[in-house]
Design a protein around this ligand. Structure first.
Ligand code: HEC
Length: 387
């Protein structure tokens, strides 16, 4: 390995090193689940009702003893009851969201008032026990749990397989005018896989000050698979292979002029106190070497989620560190910092927005970019549902 190669891979190795320390030490990021265990004498413990007993008393009338929903004709309303035995549906909702629904009632997440609010009738600790019981209705642990679905950074790719549509815009703030947009469509298949389509388009200022309007960039198609996920460790690891096709015009800056293969690894890690960390590292390999250069990249995002008023809107400030380097002699590492803020826009919390700035911190003279996306988690409801 010559010096150039080492200085390209060096930052990746250093980041992976720190990341593995975090992952290995994260262990149980959650507070001990049943703090009363071992503290109280057995006789008192028996009086604390199990999640199953509580579920049967408070929820089973509507949700069914087996979690699949009571027979509709026995319910006094027509709102369909969700099926907790359907892993595809049930695994993606984090406990905290479901506890919010049971505590505050359906409307707190844009659902029907037919889902009652239990308010003070059940403590959050009792609701947690009910959730632990509801989780046993999906017996297949191949499905990654929704808690591992961390807020999406502006650039770094998540490890969690998703059903979502994202519209992003990147706007140059300084020298050359450019407004680039991207529609990303992601759909899950099976328990751990995701297919992804990326359609970039935009506007660029030419040398003479005129604008190239509404041109298509390089289309991309990728497949992701979660190789490992473990909620008790708070870790999810995926690999993705993406092909980027030369559909954009290289002359006007809308494309690279060659097909590229982009393999990468992404890791998501939950941290204590609602913190989280993403890492992504990979390569861009052009098919025609004299059109584009091979490149390695490494990205990380650190953030924390804060719920407004305990049950409401989720705010997730994050900061990303982006590094990239072309694999040719004399190339420099490129570094950017991306401070940003993601916020859920509607009650259901399946429409989100993220705003930030990509600020180069090397001396390459690249433009600072204003970045924004709107994200629609379409599995959770229509664009106009749940407001
Ligand atoms: C009176 C009937 C009724 C009772 C009792 C009831 N639910 Fe519900 N629940 C519903 C209905 C109806 C919905 C669907 C609402 C909708 O889709 O708009 C629902 C939805 C939910 C959801 C939302 C799932 C999603 O789509 O993300 C959760 C979580 C939930 N219930 C948990 C509970 C828990 C826990 C209990 C017991 C503590 C409980 N429910 C008791 C009727 C009930």
């Amino acid at each position: 390995m010559n010096d150039d190669r080492f200085s390209a891979y060096g930052p990746i190795l250093v980041m992976l090193f720190f990341f593995s320390i975090v992952v290995l030490n994260a262990g149980k990021y959650q507070p001990a689940e049943h703090e009363w265990e071992g503290v109280l004498p057995d006789t008192v413990r028996q009086q604390i009702e199990s999640g199953e007993v509580l579920y049967r008393r408070a929820c089973a009338n509507c949700h069914g003893i087996k979690g699949g929903g009571a027979v509709q004709s026995q319910l006094g309303f027509s709102t369909p009851v969700p099926d907790f035995t359907d892993c595809n549906f049930a695994t993606r909702e984090p406990d905290a969201d479901w506890i919010a629904v049971a505590h505050q009632g359906g409307p707190t997440r844009g659902f029907s008032t037919d889902m009652p609010a239990f308010g003070e009738a059940l403590t959050t600790e009792e609701l947690q026990r009910i959730m632990d019981y509801i989780r046993t209705f999906c017996a297949d642990d191949d499905w990654p749990r929704g808690e591992l679905n961390l807020p999406r950074p502006l650039v770094t790719e998540k490890a969690y397989p998703e059903d979502e549509a994202v519209l992003s815009s990147f706007i140059n703030m300084e020298n050359e005018g450019a407004v680039m947009n991207e529609i990303v469509y992601e759909t899950r298949f099976g328990a751990r896989n995701q297919l992804e389509l990326v359609v970039p388009f935009g506007f660029r200022e030419a040398g003479d000050g005129s604008w190239n309007g509404g041109q298509l960039g390089d289309l991309a198609v990728g497949v992701k698979r979660a190789l490992y996920h473990d909620l008790s460790r708070g870790t999810i690891i995926s690999v993705t292979g993406e092909y980027i096709f030369p559909t954009g015009d290289r002359g006007t800056g809308f494309g690279k002029g060659t097909t590229l293969f982009e393999p990468f690894v992404s890791v998501g890690q939950l941290l204590p106190a609602d913190g989280f960390l993403h890492f992504q590292g990979g390569m861009e390999i052009p098919f025609i070497k004299d059109k584009a250069t091979e490149e390695v990249f490494w990205r990380a995002a650190l953030g924390k989620t804060v719920a407004q008023g305990a049950w409401g809107r989720a705010w997730s400030p994050m900061v990303e560190v982006l590094g990239a380097r072309e694999l040719e002699s004399g190339a420099q590492n490129q570094w950017d910092l991306v401070p940003q803020l993601q916020v859920t826009l509607n009650q259901r919390q399946h429409i989100m927005m993220n705003v930030g700035a990509r600020i180069p911190v090397d001396d390459s003279g690249r433009d600072t970019q204003f970045m924004v996306y709107i994200l629609w988690d379409w599995f959770d409801g229509g664009l106009f549902e749940g407001w």
